[in-house]
Design a binder for this molecule. Structure first.
Ligand SMILES: [Zn+2]
Ligand SMILES: [Zn+2]
Length: 260
């Protein structure tokens, strides 16, 4: 019996959102696309906005928070975020929505899921990554990570599945047209993680339970889906693990659902 399913609804700097559902409930994680696009994408995946139990924001950057206020207000969905995230997007959320504030490290219980919240070294106030857990199955939602910090490597083998940032190809970024200060930001310990770093995190996971991954938040300028896919599939192949499911999250449409 499956425990729950997860997919990305949109992915990349043009907007991020993730959807998770089980027999008992459904969650949205991040709302970085328009409310209408978010609702359409959920319906495309067989869900409905009225059955969503909570919307959790990982951090305040607008590619994750754009329609959070609208969705919460129009559909009466409880909105969860850290104090730091709230400070970062208060105006966008609007005064009529009062988010439920959590501290990084707290475990939330929403819609039949336990949601572990992990502080990340990304460049905004109090960003988090999440692990969804239900009936002993765990799926990491790990984007905007800054760098592969120690706790990340340790938790990878405990996951059954992961939505994992694979933001840039190092050479494409270095050779590309981004201004030097933006390149520096992406490469810094508080920016994003590369295809190579994502592949080595998957390698850590392969030593444990990990058997499915959706590579996400790919840069439009500094990456290609084929390169991200090739980097991670190489470590999967080398591990000898059979039947590993690997997807690339499309930018504007939902990814396949992974059943955990
Ligand atoms: Zn982002
Ligand atoms: Zn971000």
């Amino acid at each position: 019996m499956s425990s729950f399913s997860v997919c990305t609804l949109a992915s990349g700097s043009s907007g991020n959102a993730i959807y998770a559902q089980s027999e008992d409930g459904a969650l949205i994680i991040d709302a970085g696309i328009s409310g209408a696009a978010l609702i359409r994408a959920i319906e495309l995946m067989g869900g409905h906005i009225d059955r969503v139990d909570g919307l959790i924001l990982t951090h305040s950057h607008s590619d994750h928070s754009q329609s959070a206020g609208v969705i919460a207000r129009r559909h009466g969905i409880p909105l969860f975020m850290t104090e730091g995230s709230f400070c970062g997007c208060k105006q966008k959320i609007g005064r009529s929505v009062s988010p439920r504030i959590f501290r990084p490290g707290m475990v939330l219980a929403i819609g039949g899921f336990h949601i572990h919240t992990i502080r990340t070294p990304h460049d905004c106030r109090e960003p988090v990554a999440l692990i969804l857990e239900r009936n002993g199955k765990r799926c990491g939602l790990l984007t905007d990570l800054g760098h592969p910090f120690k706790e990340l490597c340790e938790l990878m083998p405990t996951l059954d599945a992961v939505v994992l940032e694979s933001n840039y190809d190092h050479q494409m970024l270095v050779d590309g047209h981004y201004p030097p200060n933006l390149k520096k930001r992406i490469l810094s310990d508080n920016g994003h993680i590369s295809n190579t770093e994502a592949a080595s995190l998957i390698e850590c996971g392969l030593q444990g339970k990990l058997k499915a991954a959706i590579l996400s938040h790919l840069s439009e300028q500094n990456n290609l889906p084929e390169i991200a896919y090739a980097k991670s599939s190489e470590v999967i192949k080398n591990s000898g693990k059979k039947d590993f499911i690997l997807h690339i999250a499309p930018r504007h449409t939902p990814s396949p659902m992974i059943v955990i």
